[in-house]
Design a protein. Structure first.
Lengths: 302, 280
């Protein structure tokens, strides 16, 4: 059904569009452009910021100290995305092939943590990972059992179990981000797999391909749009994550959002923080543009 | 032992393979064990979340008698309610605008409206901080006016989600229904109220739920827009986690988890499970 030209019904158009347009302009675009302007400014005195058109903030941002944090944030976000993909794909498969009776419940089980407060989930994971937490206890128990089995077959048992440091390091940040973002990955994957024509899989199996080969040659290519959507929806928030590295990370696991926060809340260097913010936004745009390029290419090929 | 005597597995019943079941079980343990431990230890008669020392509800009493915590929870729920109501109206308006009309620079407008969804929270938080500092937003107003800045920030990032949900629902609307209503003498307003609005209803419920959750969940943007006297639940829990981990936090968190589960259950009743998944 064709869209109506706005001039045909100006009154109705302005009735629905004035508020959203004004809101977006005044309370989103104006604040964002302030950040953009500030990124070309410098501190003059304690509270004054002069927008002088200087590029010093950007020059400082590409110094190795900050560039390395950017690269590290990318690496962490990419690792988290890959782990979510590996962990989430079988779950999406299970959802797709589950019986009608079980599917809604499984879906609900995956979704429910998504509705739970992010801070509470992070805190819950912190309790688990603490030096006296259950993760350490489980590991200790496994260690003792392995040691006991070794002793049983007449070998030297392991030395006594020492609790490992699971919290306040890079491992904790990656685990925490996976914990938080897993539902983001599963849902687009499930949406793509659900649309997939299952007779194609049956045909592949009937014609002699094994399950693994069918998966690699039939399921994966057809699920690609979902994989890409899942990667984007996981990678982008993981890249800008603040809370998880702040609460679960150690001194060396800062991500870019933590550096930005520090410029505004502690170092009081707003122009530099603004420049870092915009570099992060540009990084997002590049990611989205790459995805758009890919989509166009596959669209042409078809 | 009925489960052992099942029909043999069909090739596509991947969910019935052992490795798939163990995988699901492992992931569910990973997702739920921390939350269950947190909830169980909120009843633990010990200051530390380590060993079980007996059942108590004293931390619930403590949490409910902690004035700043209760105030923070009330603030959060108020902000979430206000932000949801406003996002619903603005989001639905934007969805109708983008669905019904053709106008110049439509692609740009469409992209700009969905931008708050992809802009990192930290950047939006920073923008709001600079903006409210620049307009010299007063921070000594009386309740609930002192929540204004946070509510405005929340509406800004919530309403695009409502727009997204409502728009996908509008795509299935048959415009002939509306034309029929108008042919039969309905005014523009009547056609909207009696034909279009009922069609949008499921999306409005889903959108409202999404906006409410997003608002209640938000820490980063609130952290940057809250004044010294306005504290929300996530900000309060953050400072409690930061400085001293007490079972009080467990108790407060358990209460919020229960609120979430109840809300989800209501949504499921209203919508059915199918629509719930569509909304994301």
């Amino acid at each position: 059904m064709a869209e109506q030209d706005w001039k045909a019904d100006k009154k109705a158009f302005w009735a629905v569009s004035s508020v959203p347009l004004l809101w977006t302009l005044l309370l989103f675009l104006v604040p964002m452009s302030f950040v953009w302007l500030y990124s070309f400014g410098s501190n003059v005195g304690l509270t004054e910021i002069e927008i002088s058109g200087t590029l010093d903030n950007y020059k400082r941002a590409i110094e190795w100290l900050y560039l390395s944090i950017f690269l590290k944030s990318f690496a962490v976000a990419a690792l988290v995305t890959v782990i979510c993909l590996i962990v989430g794909f079988p779950i999406a498969m299970a959802l797709t092939f589950a019986s009608e009776k079980w599917r809604p419940w499984l879906l609900l089980a995956i979704m429910l943590p998504f509705w739970t407060n992010l801070l509470i989930r992070t805190y819950a994971l912190m309790i688990m990972l603490g030096s006296q937490g259950y993760a350490n206890k489980t590991l200790g128990w496994l260690w003792e059992s392995a040691s006991w089995i070794k002793a049983l077959v007449g070998m030297q048992p392991f030395p006594a179990w020492e609790p490992v440091q699971l919290l306040y390091n890079n491992f904790a940040v990656v685990l925490g981000l996976v914990y938080v973002h897993l539902p983001f990955m599963v849902l687009p994957l499930y949406a793509a797999l659900d649309r997939l024509d299952k007779s194609l899989i049956e045909a592949s199996l009937d014609l002699g391909a094994g399950h693994l080969r069918t998966f690699l040659k039939v399921v994966m290519p057809l699920a690609m749009p979902g994989v890409i959507a899942g990667v984007m929806i996981t990678l982008i928030p993981a890249l800008g994550a603040y809370l998880t590295p702040d609460l679960m990370g150690g001194t060396d696991s800062q991500m870019i959002a933590n550096v930005i926060e520090r410029q505004f809340k502690r170092a009081n260097d707003w122009p530099f923080g603004a420049a870092l913010s915009f570099l992060l936004i540009y990084a997002m745009f590049i990611l989205i543009a790459l995805q758009g390029l890919r989509r166009n290419k596959s669209g042409e090929a078809r | 032992m009925a489960w052992l005597r099942q029909t043999p597995r069909a090739p596509l019943e991947y969910t019935r393979t052992l490795w798939m079941r163990s995988w699901i079980a492992a992931v569910l343990v990973f997702l739920y064990a921390p939350l269950l431990v947190l909830m169980i230890f909120s009843f633990n008669d010990s200051r530390r979340n380590v060993v079980w020392r007996g059942f108590t509800t004293k931390y619930y009493e403590k949490a409910l008698n902690n004035d700043t915590l209760v105030e923070a929870l009330i603030n959060s729920l108020t902000i979430a309610a206000l932000a949801t109501a406003a996002s619903l109206v603005i989001g639905a308006m934007a969805a109708i605008m983008l669905w019904r009309f053709r106008f110049r620079l439509k692609g740009v407008v469409d992209g700009t409206i969905s931008l708050p969804i992809i802009v990192p929270e930290i950047c939006l938080g920073v923008a709001m901080l600079i903006f409210f500092a620049w307009v010299e937003w007063p921070n000594n107003l009386i309740w609930p006016l002192n929540l204004g800045a946070i509510t405005i920030a929340h509406i800004t990032f919530c309403f695009p989600f409502v727009t997204m949900v409502v728009r996908s629902r509008l795509a299935s609307f048959n415009k002939e229904e509306e034309e029929a209503a108008k042919d039969l003498g309905a005014s523009d307003w009547q056609a909207f109220k009696d034909v279009l609005l009922p069609h949008m209803r499921p999306a409005l419920v889903a959108g409202a739920l999404l906006a409410f959750t997003l608002s209640l969940d938000d820490f980063v943007i609130t952290f940057f827009t809250s004044g010294p006297d306005t504290i929300t639940f996530p900000v309060k829990v953050y400072s409690m986690v930061r400085f001293s981990v007490t079972p009080e936090v467990n108790a407060a968190s358990t209460l919020l988890i229960i609120i979430t589960v109840v809300l989800t259950a209501i949504a499921l009743r209203v919508q059915g499970t199918k629509n719930l998944s569509v909304s994301h």
